[in-house]
Design a protein around this ligand. Structure first.
Ligand code: C5P
Length: 224
């Protein structure tokens, strides 16, 4: 059994990368495995929350005890998040592609020998975290991630404001860190009241601590 402080609470978690089609066989993607997001969904469920996990394409298993929604693109992910609202908690962990191809081709793009490649025209994807953080029915607790390779802390602090988040979980995803696609994570929890540096931990452990932190913030908000 154990403690279930999030019993009766709804949580939405996004996880994994998004795939943005170029043509029927090619896409733009990134190295996100979904491990951290899936672990957070499982941890929130373990604390009693009713969790909807919205994931881009990953090869890891669906966690037990959550409602899964599988999507491919950023726009599909946004639609799924909107559909899952309202919620008490939103944790946006997905590595959403910043850009999509303006006109994905209906047929495979053929190379034209001697002519060189056609440039890809890109446009910005919707910012899902920002939309949730500023929604009329904003969840009581909104958490975002800041995966950076440089200026991790400064970028996370700027992101808190811009995205309308209560916490930003900042992590260094430089190739040397082994975080992206790996099983461990070293994070800093950035909130308006300060920065907390957690040691290098298994992603499951980061998830459990974050779920506990979210549970106490939720109770704290209601008391205050
Ligand atoms: O702006 P940046 O991509 O660095 O912000 C990262 C945070 O915002 C993560 O929590 C990510 O899940 C979320 N995000 C999002 N939709 C986007 C881009 C980022 O939800 N289009």
């Amino acid at each position: 059994p154990g403690r279930r402080p999030l019993k009766g609470r709804k949580a939405i978690v996004t996880s994994g990368p998004t795939h943005e089609p170029i043509d029927p066989v090619r896409y733009i993607a990134n190295r996100s495995s979904g491990r951290q997001g899936h672990a957070i969904a499982a941890a929130l469920a373990k604390l009693g929350a009713e969790v909807t996990l919205i994931s881009g394409p990953v090869t890891i298993e669906d966690p037990a005890g959550v409602t899964m929604v599988h999507v491919e693109t950023a726009r599909q992910m946004l639609t799924a998040v909107e559909h899952a609202m309202p919620a008490d908690i939103a944790v946006m962990v997905a590595a959403v592609a910043d850009w999509r191809v303006v006109h994905a081709a209906d047929n495979k793009i053929k190379k034209k020998p001697g002519e060189g490649p056609e440039p890809l025209e890109l446009e910005e994807n919707p910012d899902i975290l920002k939309a949730v953080g500023h929604a009329d029915d904003r969840p009581a607790i909104v958490v975002g991630f800041a995966a950076e390779t440089a200026n991790v802390l400064a970028n996370a602090q700027a992101k808190l404001q811009r995205k309308g988040a209560d916490f930003i979980v900042a992590n260094d995803v430089s190739p040397d860190s082994g975080v992206m696609g790996g099983t461990r994570n070293a994070v800093r929890i950035v909130s308006p009241t300060g920065v907390e540096t957690w040691p290098d931990l298994d992603k499951q452990e980061v998830a459990m601590r974050l779920a506990e932190r979210i549970a106490s913030a939720l109770v704290g908000n209601e008391a205050g």
